[in-house]
Ligand binder design. Structure first.
Ligand SMILES: Cc1cc2nc3c(=O)[nH]c(=O)nc-3n(C[C@H](O)[C@H](O)[C@H](O)COP(=O)(O)OP(=O)(O)OC[C@H]3O[C@@H](n4cnc5c(N)ncnc54)[C@H](O)[C@@H]3O)c2cc1C
Length: 376
């Protein structure tokens, strides 16, 4: 493991920092959380700025270390988060880059990088979350198309997505992990109905997606028919391995701001709170080191390893502890959703569920790292 940066990497950092300092003041005002078309336009606009400046492909083509520097610097500078580009940039895109054909890479990757198209993830179903391989959305061949019927749930950004990375069952007779196929489905295809789901934070971050005999060209299949589970594991390794990396930097920034607020409003005088913030500081520093370690491990392999589960498990809990500490510092203001951090506190609750629950991450750590017997 090598945690130091080369002169070239430090040079990349310096140039990026300079560009961010010039580019960020030119950004339009941030849209309101509920304004999804506005958020789509804002997120795609930022992606386009990155593309024009030559930074858009950093998630895919740069070394993991350069990607880490990119995430660190953009977060530190307060640059926009990937937002609606999350699935395209951080899991569908890398999956297509790793598993797609030449034509598929040519068709889908550039529009993601340019900020032209948004992707969503149609994996979970009402009866298939943790046990994803139990999914029942059916697809059968009809000429050059698959015909897809079923439903998906918790599909983030479905309302504003152009494409969906969709898991379907193509062989109902095969053992459950073997009859699954990974398709790219256009969200404007006839038969796709999106019904937004409102979260406790008041906005519709995700949706139910109903599929009624939707025709998806066979050419949109990534990987072989019935080999979708293997392709899915590639997608999930990106989701758990690298998709949350930038947020650790954001949490460290919030922690610093929180300490300053505590100092100003007097809560800093409480030694228990000070100890809590100090422990969180150590925790996020350790998580950042763990990230560097995971990235260093991934260098050369091309896909993140199982260490992503360790990171995701601990990070999601530390994030909740951070916003609980924020609530203590803010007092009753923490209940006012227009105040900073109040919405983040509510959304932090979802982090131990999204991208695989904590129990599932513990199972993965137990079985694949500690070598304990497989659970039932
Ligand atoms: C904010 C957010 C965004 C999301 N975005 C998307 C998206 O874009 N696309 C998508 O496809 N999905 C998305 N999801 C869904 C997410 O992947 C699932 O919610 C998650 O995998 C858990 O599945 P479930 O909700 O069906 O819970 P269940 O699988 O029903 O789990 C219920 C409880 O049982 C526990 N449990 C289940 N099995 C085991 C086991 N074997 N051992 C121990 N405990 C177990 C779980 O840990 C959990 O506590 C999102 C979820 C959230 C919260």
């Amino acid at each position: 493991m090598d945690l130091s940066y080369t002169p070239e990497e430090e040079d990349f950092r310096a140039r990026l920092r300079e560009w961010l300092a010039k580019a960020l003041p030119g950004l339009p005002p941030k849209p309101k959380p509920e304004d999804w078309p506005g958020r789509r336009a804002y997120d795609l606009g930022w992606q386009r700025m990155l593309y024009d400046a030559g930074y858009a492909d950093v998630h895919w083509d740069a070394s993991p270390t350069v990607r880490l520097i990119f995430l660190e610097e953009t977060e530190k500078a307060g640059a926009p988060y990937v937002g609606a580009n999350f699935v395209g940039l951080l899991h569908a895109g890398p999956t297509i880059a790793a598993e797609g054909s030449e034509e598929q890479r040519a068709r889908w990757l550039a529009p993601i990088l340019r900020g032209d198209e948004v992707w969503c993830q149609g994996f979970s179903e009402p009866g298939a979350g943790s046990d994803l391989a139990a999914l029942r959305t059916r697809a059968w061949r009809d000429g050059d198309d698959y015909v897809v019927s079923g439903s998906k749930i918790w599909t983030s950004h479905a309302e504003v997505a152009d494409w969906c990375e969709l898991l379907v069952r193509t062989d109902p007779q095969a053992p459950k992990h073997r009859g699954i196929t990974w398709l790219a489905m256009p969200m404007n295809a006839p038969g796709v109905t999106v019904r937004p789901l409102r979260t406790l934070a008041g906005s519709a971050e995700f949706a139910e997606v109903f599929l009624d005999e939707v025709r998806v060209p066979v050419a949109n299949r990534v990987g072989a028919e019935n080999d979708g589970w293997r392709v899915t594991m590639v997608t999930l390794s990106f989701e758990r391995g690298t998709a949350f990396v930038g947020e650790v930097v954001a949490c460290r920034r919030v922690l610093g701001d929180l300490a300053r607020v505590a100092y100003r409003n007097g809560t800093w005088d409480d030694p228990v709170l000070r100890r809590r913030l100090g422990r969180l500081n150590a925790e996020f520093r350790a998580l950042w080191r763990l990230t560097q370690w995971n990235v260093s491990e991934a260098e050369g392999k091309g896909v993140p390893g199982v260490g992503g589960s360790v990171f995701k498990l601990r990070y999601s809990h530390a994030r909740q502890e951070l916003y609980d500490a924020a609530a203590e510092v803010l007092g009753p203001d923490a209940l006012d959703l227009d105040r900073p951090w109040a919405l983040d506190r509510l959304s932090s609750l979802s982090y131990t569920i999204a991208a695989g629950t904590s129990q599932i991450q513990r199972n993965i750590v137990a079985e694949r790292i500690l070598g304990l017997p497989k659970g039932r």
